[in-house]
Write a protein that binds this ligand. Structure first.
Ligand code: COA
Ligand code: AMP
Length: 640
């Protein structure tokens, strides 16, 4: 029997024994009394009674074990033209110094800290310093607008925000401080302080009393030479809260616990990704997303790898050969990114000519996730790179892969279009809308049988009822992933679409409901609908349709520009919302539900049926004519 089957069966036969053994790879200050307690939390809790610390396991223990001189983080920043290597020993010094600062500000275990930073080492140092003190961090992606930041400050009740003066996007410097100031002004919760890391590209003005300078505080702390030991925290205590899009504008605060998270991530590094301690691992994502949390910061450091922190884009910084340059220069063994990055590279360099200029002999495997990996992209990458291309499927909520092709357990045959098979911990089922399991090959709701394995969210921050209703209620005894898919005869899962109104834009998860809420604030707009339509590079992009209030007689051009601006202003540039169209009315069911899914199918050129409950079928013809005349959607973009 292949090692994967053996391992999966070992987990099925004795889940607690399986995870208890995996937990041996982690240092515990107090060993868990119970591997799993079904009576705690919403569906049970892992490693109850255990105490440990994530920073200790990511940093201190490696220095003690002789890894001090190994590079822990390599910051490679083509947007600033700089590179910096930080060894495990230096990382420990940096984290300790910032921990002293945080402690001196009076922060204590359980307090919340928002981290709003670009892709610089100080962002990782801030995450680890929080972990060291038992502070709960919440990283907010730099591409979000001030009001998204304000929502998160309020929801988690942040006492401190750690930020930087600016981020750098190709061709423009993004000033963070005005966004931070606007967010604090909007938020009901006022953090006691902000700590601002000043970058040389743009200095921020600091507000006396509230804003503190990162470098001078850390310098002073370093000179004082004080140590801050790692605080012993319960395995079930939160390490972080990461907000992700839900179906409304109010994001969901995914809680990650301390013990289960480390056990799962550490296990995944060798089993799923097949990397050994000491090797170089690169997740080309952003620390603001779950991929960045898990596979830029925590998992590679737990496993004693060198992690690459890349501040750039796959194209344009300076060209489509950047990824290959980084792989060659730093000896990267495995790269993890979103398929959209490869679509961008392919567009610039369709014949993959730039690859030939680099020595990629260290490179073994490419991992893709974050959105559906289209077969074309997979085939192109495989042919160009001549390494296995491994799709795998997971979510912010799971924190680590649910379904994958575990190369560390002996790679299984790849089926292009499928992320492969469930990993230990995940009993994946496909159900019809009534909750009955469907036959193999039949499309349905993808769910995971409870309990979820270590590392997955135990609840939502301050929103246990929302956790139950959003994920556990519809299909009792399971966790609803909100993805639709099917399992084939060989047990391979195929993910086809979301079952809610979440869209995936360049690997970024966004709520169309949130965009509609932003558009609805425009005083001239009566109602609106946002849908995600297929895009050859970004996977999906949003398009908005709006109906004006009676009596508004300004031009569509003017109002559409304002609608685009309001989404950028309220959600952020990351929404990539560039297209808004005025319509006379929206297609609805007789009970008033907007037929977004049907509109999306029309735009994408997919087969669609006239919904039986539609109020007025003629509206769909109006939409089709509009999309055709404006060349909106795959179905009409290429028409002449
Ligand atoms: N701070 C401020 N603005 C940001 C930002 C940040 N951290 N990240 C993105 N933005 C802005 C961009 O500048 C862009 O603004 P614009 O509308 O003024 O051009 C907008 O948000 C959209 O950004 P992005 O999605 O990155 O699109 P892009 O066209 O700049 O680049 C790709 C497209 C495919 C190259 C890019 O999305 C990419 O590299 N994706 C890799 C996949 C990835 O990181 N996935 C994350 C999950 S694994
Ligand atoms: P996020 O929480 O941002 O990681 O987004 C999770 C969602 O992205 C999933 O629910 C899927 O809809 C989608 N997704 C992630 N990985 C894949 C994949 N490998 N194949 C298809 N869809 C994916």
């Amino acid at each position: 029997m292949a090692l994967y089957q053996q391992t999966y069966r070992a987990w099925q036969e004795d889940p607690e024994g399986f995870w208890s053994e995996a937990a041996n790879a982690i240092d515990w200050f107090v060993p868990p009394a119970k591997t799993f307690d079904p009576d705690q939390g919403v569906y049970g809790r892992w490693f109850v009674g255990g105490e440990t610390n994530t920073c200790h396991n990511c940093v201190d223990r490696h220095v003690s074990a002789g890894r001090g001189d190994q590079a822990a983080i390599i910051h490679d920043s083509p947007v600033t033209g700089t590179k910096r290597t930080i060894s495990y020993r230096e990382l420990l010094d940096e984290v300790r110094a910032l921990s002293v600062v945080l402690q001196d500000l009076g922060l204590r275990s359980g307090d919340r800290v928002i981290i709003y930073m670009p892709m610089i080492p100080e962002a990782c140092i801030a995450m680890l310093a929080c972990a060291r003190l038992g502070l709960i961090h919440s990283v907010v992606f730099g591409g979000f607008a001030a009001s998204e930041l304000a929502t998160r400050i309020d929801d988690c009740g942040a006492r401190l925000v750690i930020s930087a003066s600016c981020g750098i996007e190709p061709g423009r410097v993004v000033a963070y401080k005005p966004l931070l100031d606007a967010a604090i002004a909007q938020a009901k919760v006022k953090p006691d302080h902000t700590i601002v890391f000043q970058r040389e590209q743009l200095a921020a003005e600091l507000l006396e009393g509230r804003d503190l300078d990162y470098a001078s505080l850390v310098d002073a702390a370093r000179k004082a030479g004080r140590d801050v030991p790692c605080v012993s925290v319960a395995a079930t205590d939160p390490l972080y809260v990461l907000y992700t899009s839900g179906t409304t504008g109010q994001p969901k605060g995914v809680v990650r616990d301390t013990g289960g998270h480390m056990v799962a991530l550490q296990w995944s590094m060798e089993a799923m990704y097949g990397v050994k301690p000491g090797e170089v691992f690169w997740a080309a994502s952003d620390i603001g997303w779950v991929v960045g949390h898990s596979y830029i910061v925590y998992a590679p450091l737990l496993n004693g790898n060198t992690t690459i922190l890349f501040e750039g884009k796959p194209v344009g910084t300076p060209d489509a050969g950047t990824f290959w340059r980084v792989i060659e220069e730093h000896g990267v063994a495995a790269l993890f990114t979103a398929p959209t990055a490869f679509r961008a590279i392919r567009k610039e360099d369709p014949k993959a000519e730039l690859i030939g200029r680099y020595d990629l002999s260290s490179f073994r495997t490419l991992f893709l996730a974050g959105e559906r990996a289209d077969p074309d992209t997979i085939e192109w990458a495989r042919a160009a790179l001549k390494v296995p291309v491994i799709d795998h499927w997971w979510q912010t909520e799971s924190g680590w892969p649910m379904v994958g092709n575990p190369v560390g357990l002996g790679q299984l045959p790849v089926k292009v279009g499928s992320p492969s098979v469930p990993l230990p911990g995940y009993d994946i089922r496909v159900l019809d809308d009534g909750g009955k399991e469907v036959a193999r090959g039949t499309l349905g709701n993808v769910v995971v049988k409870l309990p979820l394995p270590p590392g997955c969210l135990p609840t939502l921050w301050n929103a246990e009822e929302r956790f139950r209703t959003a994920y556990l209620k519809e299909f009792p005894g399971t966790y609803k992933t909100a993805d639709a898919g099917y399992i084939d005869e060989d047990g391979y899962l195929f993910i086809m679409a979301r079952t809610d109104d979440i869209i995936n834009v360049a690997g970024h998860r966004l709520s169309t409901g949130g965009m509609e809420e932003a558009i609805a604030t425009h005083p001239d707009i009566a109602e609106c609908a946002v849908i995600g339509i297929a895009d050859p590079m970004k996977g999906q992009v949003p398009v908005g349709f709006y109906v004006l209030n009676n009596g508004v007689d300004r031009s569509e051009e003017e109002i559409s520009a304002e609608v685009v601006a309001v989404v950028r202003d309220r959600i952020g540039p990351v929404a990539a919302f560039k297209n808004a169209l005025a319509v006379k009315r929206l297609p609805k069911t007789r009970s008033g539900k907007i037929l977004r899914a049907t509109l999306q199918k029309i735009a994408d050129g997919d087969e669609w049926k006239m919904p039986a409950t539609i109020d007025d079928p003629a509206i769909l013809d109006e939409f089709e004519a509009l999309m055709r005349s404006r060349r909106v959607g795959n179905a009409f973009r290429e028409e002449t």
